[in-house]
Write a protein that binds this ligand. Structure first.
Ligand code: PMP
Length: 473
């Protein structure tokens, strides 16, 4: 069988005979027949994107500007003409409801007017200076109001904010290890590319050119496993735990009641810093899960969406950590100590941070976003119920995700075992062909301040139709 992906790029070939770990109740031959139909429809519908992809293969690695874009379902990515609010239009003239929103980078909605205006104003007044502007100060004060931590630094990506926080935690504690949870994702941070294989820590499959084996730098335990956490921290050699409040990159794995209280108690007792990465869990509300669940981290990282899609990220810390950092970093080497970036805290990014926090991702906007997140999850749950599928949907604020298992996973290992790449690609492509975009590589949807209830219901109808086709005999 010739798949469109095989015609257009051999790296995208799908192994049509592969078995999956996921939902075994699905009739695989039916799924593959439907997939073939959807792939043919996708190719027929997107001649201009396909032509650009063919041309791109001559100057871009694998025909894309960032290699992971080869993973979009359909054989090639759609090329975007323009995006506004919760929608975008591709070069073939199709308009999509965007529930991916740049995997949180555009959770504000695409090009919100307040950010566009602020960026235009600042772009005309100086873009990058290596000097502060007042927007930096406004933004740090606002982040303190939202998350509680008193001191902040700015950089360009959540990856960098995580890397810098890990460095600071190691430097202050003089301990060699960091600890992460199985199934986590914190950006392209070398120390975090570790997982559990049959209960044993090892470098993750696909880890490209690690500087050292991550088991030398990192301990890893399952989320919600307090006994394993206690054992890993007991020797007193871990500088920090780096954790999302809920795992969001392996489906959504929510913390069990009491997990965060114990995590904080154990880290404190063992002198281990707690770094909370709110980059995705900002979906829980204006102050993320930290405010919603009264978490009390030593460091907090927030990236992606805080500048409405313009590259910017921030990391905050306690007054105690700030005093230790100031005592430790000699000012004559602070530009060459492994923390920084020439463009970090540039004037343009900070104008965008201010506009986003002041006018777009406001307390009032979150009320609407979360109501739509609930509407999305309720609609999907009803459809799953009606079809009698052993799937479920989980929600955190304005983020919702369905997974191909009957009950919510308690940890990353359980969530990974429910992965079903064939089904995943089908559900994405089916939606894409009906002009709805879900976050690639998992079944996640995010609501922006301008996503409407009608748009959420459009998704519910498409989801119902996909699963009724799958289930038809
Ligand atoms: N932290 C979390 C929780 C993330 O999900 C991601 C990216 N998905 C990052 C950090 C890294 O963000 P970036 O790729 O923008 O550096």
């Amino acid at each position: 069988r010739i798949l469109p992906s095989e015609k257009t790029g051999d790296h995208l070939a799908i192994d049509a005979t592969s078995t999956t770990k996921g939902d075994r109740s699905i009739d695989r031959s039916r799924l593959r027949a439907l997939m073939q139909r959807e792939e043919e429809r996708f190719v027929a519908d997107h001649p201009k994107s396909r032509a650009l992809f063919e041309r791109a293969k001559r100057s871009l690695l694998s025909g894309v500007p960032m290699h992971w874009m080869v993973r979009w379902a359909g054989g090639f990515p759609v090329f975007v003409a323009e995006a506004h609010g919760a929608r975008f239009r591709d070069v073939d003239g199709h308009e999509y409801l965007d529930l991916c929103l740049g995997d949180t980078g555009a959770m504000s909605g695409h090009s919100p007017k307040a950010v566009v205006d602020a960026v235009a104003r600042q772009a005309a007044r100086g873009i990058t200076l290596m000097l502060p502007t007042e927007d930096a100060l406004w933004s740090s004060e606002e982040l303190t109001r939202r998350f509680g931590l008193p001191f902040w630094q700015f950089c360009l990506t959540a990856t960098d904010a995580n890397r810098f926080s890990l460095r600071l935690a190691r430097a202050i504690t003089k301990r060699p290890y960091v600890l992460v949870f199985n199934g986590c994702y914190h950006g392209t941070v070398d120390e975090t590319f570790i997982g559990l294989e049959n209960g044993k820590a090892s470098s993750r499959a696909g880890n490209i050119g690690p500087p050292v084996d991550p088991t030398l730098t990192t301990k890893v335990v399952e989320f919600n496993d307090l006994d394993a956490l206690e054992r890993a921290l007991a020797p007193g050699d871990v500088a920090c735990v780096l954790a999302e409040p809920a795992l969001t990159n392996v489906g959504i794995v929510l913390p069990q009641p009491g997990f965060h209280k114990s995590l904080r108690e154990i880290t404190r007792r063992t002198g281990t810093f707690l770094i909370i990465d709110e980059t995705h869990t900002i979906c829980a509300g204006p102050g993320g899960s930290t405010r919603a669940d009264s978490l009390d981290p030593d460091f907090l990282v927030i990236g992606k969406t805080i500048a409405g899609g313009v590259p910017a990220a921030a990391y905050g810390f306690t007054a105690d950590a700030a005093a230790k950092i100031e005592a430790m970093i000699a000012s004559d080497s602070s530009d060459s100590g492994g923390i920084g970036g020439t463009l970090a805290a540039n004037a343009l990014s900070l104008a965008a941070v201010r506009a986003t926090l002041e006018h777009v991702l406001t307390d009032e906007a979150f009320d609407r976003m979360i109501a739509n997140g609930k509407r999305f999850a309720d609609g999907v749950a009803r459809a799953i119920d009606k079809a009698g599928l052993a799937w479920h949907v989980t929600r955190l604020g304005c983020r919702a995700e369905y997974l191909f298992r009957a009950t919510p996973p308690r940890n990353g290992g359980e969530a990974q075992a429910a992965g079903d790449p064939e089904l995943d690609r089908f559900m994405h492509l089916y939606a894409l062909n009906r002009r709805i975009v879900l976050t690639p590589f998992h079944m996640m949807a995010l609501m922006s301040p301008v996503t409407t209830a009608d748009e959420v219901d459009d998704h519910t109808r498409v989801f119902e139709s996909a699963i009724s086709e799958l289930a038809a005999s």
